[in-house]
Design a protein around this ligand. Sequence first.
Ligand SMILES: C[S@@+](CC[C@H](N)C(=O)[O-])C[C@H]1O[C@@H](n2cnc3c(N)ncnc32)[C@H](O)[C@@H]1O
Length: 221
Amino acid sequence: MSEGAWTAIDEYVAEQLIGDDAALDAALAASAEAGLPAIAVSPPQGKLLHLLARSIRARSVLEIGTLGGYSTIWLARAVGEQGRVLSLEADARYAGVARANIARAGFAETVEVRVGPALDTLALIAAEGPAPFDLVFIDADKVNTPEYFRWALPRTRPGGLIVADNVIRGGTIGDPQSGDPGGLAARRLHEMLHGEPRVSATTIQTVGLKGYDGFTLMLVE
Ligand SMILES: C[S@@+](CC[C@H](N)C(=O)[O-])C[C@H]1O[C@@H](n2cnc3c(N)ncnc32)[C@H](O)[C@@H]1O
């Protein structure tokens, strides 16, 4: 099966299970209009994040990598009126587009977007002594995914989830000689998870309109 077929099937799934969604469609359109790269999660993936957050009754979500706020809106829809989503973005212009998209979707009070390199922002957040997060979605610069996981693990409640996106990377995770820094980082993440008693994890390979990739799902024990 070709990449074209994966895309067509993602579109079919989205049509049947998601349908027209004015806020999400507007967020994608405004992001494209502003010249943001088309690297948001796909609609079925966004809905998966939403369902994961709802299934653990997440109220406090940390997202690392906002882009135009597409996945952020999916997550904000899951946390309820009292819930909060904190989303970190390095690029101030992207963050501006995201804030507008999030406000248009009705979540200006639910979501805070903080600008800056996430490792710096996370150090500031740690100093604030945050309450444990229910769900952490790692989707920023892939080389730092292991570091984001290291930060998130002690700050996610037992029964909470950490999700890392883009860990398969067209298969480069399987080749230590690939030269892909993101693939090597995904391998480091798996080496950290190997024998790590504080989480139970698995990685799922995916195909779809984002090509061949996958995500790691980590349940905090
Ligand atoms: C894959 S995109 C996020 C997509 C978004 N989660 C979605 O699905 O709608 C990755 C984002 O991480 C941001 N980013 C890259 N390096 C970063 C860093 N060091 N700190 C924070 N954000 C970073 C990029 O600017 C980009 O907007």
